[in-house]
Design a protein around this ligand. Sequence first.
Ligand code: MG
Length: 243
Amino acid sequence: MSSDPLPPFRDAALLLDLDGTLLDLAPTPDSVVVPPGLTDALSRIRDQLDGALAVITGRAIETIDSLLGDAPHAIAGEHGGAIRPAPGAAIERPDLKPPPRSWLKRGAALEAAHPGSMFERKPRGFGLHFRLAPDAGPAIHEALAGLVADSKDFWLMPGHMMWEIRPRGVDKGDAVARLMRSAPFLGRLPVFIGDDVTDEDGMRVARSLGGAGLRVQDVFGDAAGVRVWLYDTAAAGDWGALR
Ligand SMILES: [Mg+2]
């Protein structure tokens, strides 16, 4: 186990990834399950932290709304490509180019060519999931890597049994830095928790701001372990015990 020391609970802001951190990974993005009690625990912790609880995810903000309701105060979606700093506030988006139309066609064609794979359009890019077609991973990688090979505006990011074409210039670290600049996060010490390569940017920025970056696998084992810790934290009004 390795874990950054946590700041005092009353001084912290809690910034949480969704898939693989709060929720168990599922065969498809749409089939995740929100366990009973999770949104209540998140709402309690948000109140205990005077609002300083955010979800920072690759998904769209609307998806987080549908899964978690108003439990998080702030949501950063699309890996920082969209930020809503408070419930009901306008969504802030850095000005970025959409992917070329020809790439979207190529993505859809890859889905058709590899049964079981799944094309997922994102507002600033797209992903190809191959959890249900694991043998197609290398071919999908090769095709998508070819698209971005000479691009200044996009890069290819690995995920859990998926590849995603994403714009350059935004990541979860930017999202942490932007959220921490205003209330209710301003003046607090960020604790970022995530399970994926994209979360490492968030962990790095959280540490640089004097907080902590915790990797799920190292500190909690899995998302179920994170949830047990959150339930303990909500009940105690103080950090639950780490393994
Ligand atoms: Mg994740």
